[in-house]
Design a protein around this ligand. Structure first.
Ligand code: DHB
Length: 347
């Protein structure tokens, strides 16, 4: 069960594509979130501040909906694909070789959408002399658990403590999604379930024992790192989502940025096939990259706001607290933060 926090523009993209029936029924609309620090809690009412809510709906549910829609429209979709190789990226089209259900095939196409994630083959198909990228890693990771337990609160809770960060999210009224900041290379099974619950309770409730517990059904370790590929298009190849940029999960922007890329490219292709004009396609990279850097900047802001860095000085810690305090005291600061959180301010 991966990320599940959707910006309103992502919900609208799914609606426009006609794939939001289940999302509209089961998505949990959120109007605010809670920030806890130094034993205090305050609610950031982002709907009130910006006019748009967020929606919690699991990523694998989105995948189910997209596969369902593709099959319903008699579109082709293949799962048993291996040995994918991009052999040629030309100005008029591209050529891909792969093994499809055991049979070697060659696919020629007018355009190639590289939506194959951070470890896919598309990014490497752009010639090295045309590539430049930025990447960095944060000195901590998240241990995420999925649990058969009602969430502590119906809204997300971001808890900032001297022991490290913790996040409470959910997938349904009976299923919680919780994360703990841990050292970057911590083995995933180092902590027992009891130790995880104890640490979550310490960070989220101050150790009051109020955090509802239950069976942990899944664990993941998420490294916090960032990557931006500056060249997102080459001739007829376009990079989308994680193939082009990854963000630390702190602001839950990764999936939303990927959907924004897909929407932008779809508009460009639609425009090309309707009018024969390439201007939208040609502008794909500059538009998407600008948006990616805004997403990266806010993810960086939230990451440094929420986490204890190894070796953080007392002064740095005090300044982090001051930034949290500013969000509570200043409606201007809270509104600016909320606009970025819900994605309204991203170009
Ligand atoms: C969730 C994940 C995130 O990275 C985040 O910032 C908020 C929520 C989630 O899994 O629900």
């Amino acid at each position: 069960m991966r990320a599940g926090l959707l910006e309103w523009s992502t919900v609208e993209a799914f609606r426009a594509a006609g794939v939001a029936h289940r999302l509209d029924r089961h998505g949990m609309v959120h109007d605010g979130m809670e920030l806890r620090h130094d034993g205090a809690a305050f609610r950031l009412a982002f709907s009130e501040l910006t006019g748009v809510p967020m929606v919690v709906y699991g990523q694998q549910e989105i995948v189910k909906d997209l596969i369902g829609a593709r099959l319903e429209s008699q579109g082709e979709i293949h799962f048993g694909v291996t040995d994918v190789r991009i052999c040629q990226v030309g100005v008029d089209g591209s050529l891909v070789q792969c093994t499809l259900d055991g049979i070697p095939v060659e696919i020629s196409c007018e355009f190639l959408a590289g939506c194959d994630g951070h470890h896919g083959v598309s990014r490497a198909a752009i010639p090295a002399q045309r590539r430049s990228s930025h990447q960095w890693a944060y000195p901590f990771a998240w241990l995420g658990v999925l649990a058969k337990a009602p969430p502590l609160s119906p809204e997300l809770i971001y808890a900032v403590t001297d022991r490290g960060f913790a996040l409470q999210s959910m997938r349904s009224p009976d299923v919680s999604r919780l994360y703990l900041q841990v050292p970057p290379n911590e083995p995933i099974h180092l902590r027992s379930d009891e130790e995880i619950w104890h640490e979550l309770d310490l960070r989220l409730t101050g150790g009051t024992g109020k955090l509802p517990t239950g069976t942990i059904t899944e664990r993941v370790l998420v490294g916090l790192r960032a990557h931006v590929e500056e060249h997102m298009q080459y001739r007829t190849l376009f990079l989308l989502g994680d193939a082009a940029h990854i963000v630390p999960p702190s602001a839950a922007k990764g999936l939303n940025m990927a959907v924004a890329d897909a929407r932008l490219l779809a508009e460009g292709l639609d425009h090309w096939y309707r009018s024969g004009r390439r201007d939208l396609l040609d502008g794909y990279q500059s538009h998407s990259l600008r948006r990616a850097w805004h997403g990266q900047e806010f993810s960086e802001f939230m990451t440094s706001l929420l986490h204890v860095s190894p070796g953080e000085s007392a002064a740095q810690r005090r300044m982090r607290r001051a930034r949290l305090d500013l969000l509570r005291r200043s409606s201007t600061a809270a509104t600016a933060f909320a606009e970025q959180y819900v994605g309204l301010s991203r170009p």
